[in-house]
Write a protein that binds this ligand. Structure first.
Ligand code: GLC
Length: 666
């Protein structure tokens, strides 16, 4: 097919191309252009048939619900991010979707944000590393991606009208940084602008964000696509270099034509976007030869299970309560039968799999009787039911309670109101701990949960995140010791919902001011030297690890090879995520105590040792200087911290950076 150029299109066609043909497709002008079909989402393909592309109620194909992005991040294994992207791209190939509207890489600023389950981390470096692999996993299979939601979409309440107000350094070092890191390593076919305003201007009309930063500084060369309904005025968004308004918007063409007639925008402005769109359309065609269908839905579920198993985080394990003993066990909680496997909204898939009951999987793997009571079903009330539960629990030496937050509480378009579990769940745990001293709690939730009310009463807490269709397969392997936990938290679990940033549900006049600046998550906790429930990077194993022999080999002015040894002191092979943080104590600007700059996940044999090495470059020492409008390394003493979490530092070493004087300031 001859490639159409801007000159081959009439003005009417050019203007029409700026907006979607329907909910999921671009215009083709009766075959003049190849068709492009876009579809959600980050946790599995959510796509309607082409016949239904014009109506919102269309039934979506049944696919595999993958572990949510929160879980992918909690694996701290970039290969898991790659595999997730690859599996979902395989579904796109099966159903002929050209672009997957994923991954979301917004920073988890507040634990209340209703879409935290769709995002990687509170830390931009971790989000960047995992986002790179996710994009590669999708695009290596010939399917496009959409890096979203650009930018500062860190709250769901009033998302179409609220303003996220942040200073330049905070934006560059924290909120835009994942996009920058991913664009340094990959070429996503699209970036999706968010619903919200940034510093008073909708991102869909924010040329500073969409052109000056995203294209001119970050080097993005794909198309900028609006979130669905985020484009309010089509000519003003053309002026901001928003290439594609989605979905179809009846008044868009007229808005652009009027603006052209009045000289508010020029035809060159239109042609700029049309040029980008044509390049995008033909790039998608050029990617198609890479498309090869590889997996059945069963094979996709197997891959999902491996990722889910790596993603769950053992928060505590007193008295070696886990792995479970091979003794009669009581399993409580409706979610053991009907798991909270994903968050709600556009990322939710219609699963083609049935979820096995956790009771059956545990019974099979333990070889013992497992008694189940739902105990938390909606109508579970009154003393009778509670009394029955307690009487039962009193007769067991091992009780597993599954609690959490399902899509009625965690969903796109709304924030959580608190990080505490539902009173019914807290009551169940409290009742059981009154009559049993060996309680294990499993939490299925998409973001930080306050466990302070029960963590001292129970032995073990396993955070399952939203693990998708594989949730009970992964849980049964980890609870019975068939697999060893290796996940680590990619967000801080605070004691209170507003410990490290204001309550995002109370934003005066719709303005959410990022008063904490760069001190988000563990950066804030460290700055305040504040206690946290569970720190960023925390996660236990069934074995203990010992760290020794930290070395720093200088390879260049700011290039180092950092190496250390990790010993597995246990009797089973296990994986450890070691984290490397860097801090500059005496800087001329306020800087976090330490920031994650490298990490490594390594399987270490029982009683064995692994020599780990990671590299640091300039970015490990630099901060964004608003006067230079660039990243800057200030000479001086830095500390390299190596730890099992941001609060479990095992080794540290001082480095002196001494760059040539011409790079420094008096
Ligand atoms: C939704 C979401 C976005 C999704 C799009 C299409 O509102 O914000 O992530 O890709 O619209 O469903």
């Amino acid at each position: 097919m001859k490639k159409v150029t801007v000159k081959d299109l009439t003005l009417e066609e050019k203007v029409s191309l700026l907006t979607g043909k329907d909910i999921w497709r671009l215009h083709t002008f009766s075959g003049k252009l190849p068709e492009v079909f876009v579809a959600d989402g980050p946790h599995g393909l959510r796509m309607v048939s082409r016949e239904n592309a014009g109506n919102w109620g269309g039934e979506v194909y049944k696919t595999t619900a993958m572990p949510n992005v929160v879980n992918v991040a909690n694996t701290w294994n970039p290969a898991c991010a790659y595999e997730t992207g690859k599996v979902i791209a395989d579904e796109c190939i099966e159903h002929d979707a050209d672009v997957l509207l994923a991954p979301g890489v917004n920073i988890k600023r507040s634990p209340l944000c209703g879409r935290n389950f769709e995002y990687f981390s509170e830390d931009p470096y971790l989000a960047g590393v995992m986002g790179v692999e996710y994009v590669k996993g999708v695009q290596d299979k010939g399917v496009g991606t959409s890096l979203k939601h650009y930018a500062l979409n860190n709250s769901e309440n009033d998302r179409s009208s609220m303003t996220a107000e942040a200073d330049e350094r905070t934006m560059r070092e924290i909120y835009l940084r994942p996009f920058e890191l991913i664009l340094q390593e990959t070429k996503p076919t699209t970036v999706m602008c968010s619903y919200n305003k940034v510093n008073g201007i909708h991102t869909s009309e924010n040329r500073y964000l969409l052109k000056d930063i995203l294209r001119d500084i970050f080097g993005f060369d794909g198309i900028v696509i609006s979130d669905w309904g985020a484009c309010h005025n089509r000519w003003k968004s053309v002026k901001a270099a928003l290439d594609l308004c989605m979905p179809v918007k009846e008044d868009a063409d007229a808005q652009v034509m009027t603006a052209l007639k009045n000289g508010w925008i020029s035809e060159a402005d239109v042609d700029y976007c049309v040029e980008n769109l044509l390049n995008f359309i033909y790039r998608i065609q050029d990617m198609k030869p890479l498309r090869k269908l590889e997996f059945t839905e069963e094979q996709r579920l197997e891959k999902a299970t491996a990722i889910a198993t790596e993603s769950m985080v053992l928060l505590q394990n007193e008295n070696s309560a886990l792995p479970l003993k091979k003794i009669p066990t009581l399993l409580l909680g409706r979610m053991a039968e009907f798991p909270a496997a994903c968050g709600g909204g556009s990322s939710e898939v219609s699963s083609c799999h049935t979820h096995p009951h956790l009771k059956d999987l545990l019974a099979e793997k333990l070889g013992v009787e497992v008694t189940f009571r739902s105990a938390t079903e909606p109508h579970f009330n009154g003393l009778t039911a509670a009394r029955e539960c307690m009487d039962l629990a009193a007769r067991f030496d091992q009780v597993v309670v599954v609690v959490g937050e399902d899509t009625s509480l965690v969903c796109e378009g709304m924030n959580r109101t608190d990080i505490k579990l539902h009173p019914k769940h807290l009551q169940l745990i409290d009742n059981v701990t009154r009559v049993c001293d060996n309680v294990i709690v499993v939490i299925e939730a998409g973001s930080a949960v306050d466990t302070s009310e029960f963590q001292d009463k129970v032995n073990a807490i396993l955070y399952a995140g939203y693990a998708g269709d594989a949730v009970n397969y992964a849980l049964s392997d980890l609870l019975t010791g068939a697999a060893t936990p290796s996940g680590k938290l990619s967000e801080t679990f605070p004691y209170e919902k507003d410990d490290f940033c204001p309550d995002i549900n109370f934003t005066p006049c719709g303005v959410d001011r990022y008063v904490e600046g760069i001190f988000v998550g563990y950066r804030g906790a460290d700055a305040m030297d504040a206690d946290v429930l569970y720190p960023f990077g925390h996660g236990l194993s069934y074995v203990n690890f010992r760290y020794e022999n930290l070395q720093a080999e200088k390879k260049g002015e700011t290039d180092y090879v950092i190496s250390y040894d990790i010993y597995n002191e246990g009797d089973m092979d296990a994986a450890e995520v070691s984290q490397v943080y860097v801090g500059q104590a005496a800087a001329r600007v306020a800087r976090p105590v330490k920031e994650l700059k490298a990490f490594s996940k390594d399987v270490i044999p029982a009683r064995g040792k692994k020599h780990v090495s990671v590299t640091l470059d300039k970015s490990a020492f630099a901060y964004y200087n608003v006067c230079l409008k660039d990243w800057h390394v200030e000479n001086g003493a830095f500390t390299v911290y190596v730890g099992a979490s941001s609060r479990d530092i095992r080794l540290k070493k001082k480095l002196i950076v001494a760059l040539p004087d011409e790079t420094q300031f008096t």
